[in-house]
Design a protein around this ligand. Structure first.
Ligand SMILES: Cc1cc2nc3c(=O)[nH]c(=O)nc-3n(C[C@H](O)[C@H](O)[C@H](O)COP(=O)(O)OP(=O)(O)OC[C@H]3O[C@@H](n4cnc5c(N)ncnc54)[C@H](O)[C@@H]3O)c2cc1C
Length: 193
């Protein structure tokens, strides 16, 4: 078994799924520190798909940009990621509705209000770009207390002992956690358990 913690060390957080949600949670927790400036958490993220920096996920199922509205932007701002999202994404000021087979020319434009009165507008970004942006920001964390493992599928929980079984290239390992977070998307494996 891979033991990732001792009692005096930061708490082990295991996150299942390195989509936008899993990565932003990982980034947020990894930056939390105690009063002495030591990291509170050691974060491990397991993602069954490949690293989007080398293999885009887009062709598999996702095609349209994700649109961050005020709630999403608030989260990203609080996480300290807004600058990089604004840099990598596209500001959206209008949405075009085409109803009942209307031609684009006859569509209705809906004007977005600037978010929070700061001049920010909604941000559109592909899922891949979103993930790559957070992964790049993670490189700047000097403590190196985030570990993202790709091609790593969580396939068995042992809640009694707080362990999770992860298969990577046919090899299964067991990881111990203090806190387990399911960020595994629309049909979550975690909720089914
Ligand atoms: C088919 C589909 C198409 C979509 N298309 C769009 C779109 O075009 N535009 C848009 O704005 N929104 C789209 N959405 C919604 C959008 O994907 C979500 O809003 C956003 O991706 C949610 O982020 P997330 O991190 O919660 O989940 P996800 O992006 O789904 O990420 C969850 C991750 O968990 C991983 N995972 C799942 N189970 C395990 C496991 N057992 N072990 C390890 N890893 C695991 C998955 O591989 C996945 O990468 C789509 C959703 C689906 C299901």
């Amino acid at each position: 078994m891979t033991n990732m913690t001792k009692s005096s060390e930061p708490k082990n957080v295991v996150i299942i799924g390195a989509g936008p949600v899993g990565l932003v949670i990982a980034w947020t927790l990894a930056r939390r520190k105690d009063l002495q400036g030591n990291p509170l958490y050691n974060v491990h993220v397991f993602e069954r798909r490949p690293d989007p920096r080398t293999t885009r996920h887009a062709d598999e199922a996702y095609s349209f940009n994700i649109m961050l509205s005020s709630r999403g932007i608030k989260t990203i701002r609080e996480a300290g990621l807004l600058d990089s999202f604004v840099r990598e994404g596209a500001a959206c000021k209008q949405l075009l509705f085409c109803i009942g087979g209307d031609d684009v020319k006859n569509g209705l434009f809906w004007e977005f209000d600037p978010v929070f009165g700061t001049g920010d507008h909604y941000i559109a970004m592909s899922r891949d770009t979103m993930m790559c942006t957070v992964l790049e920001e993670m490189e700047t964390i000097s403590e190196k207390n985030i570990h993202v493992l790709f091609n790593a599928s969580c396939n068995l929980f042992d809640f009694e002992n707080a362990n999770i079984h992860v298969a990577t290239n046919g090899v299964e390992k067991v990881y111990h956690y203090d806190l387990l977070i399911g960020a595994d998307g629309t049909f979550p494996f975690t909720c089914s358990r």
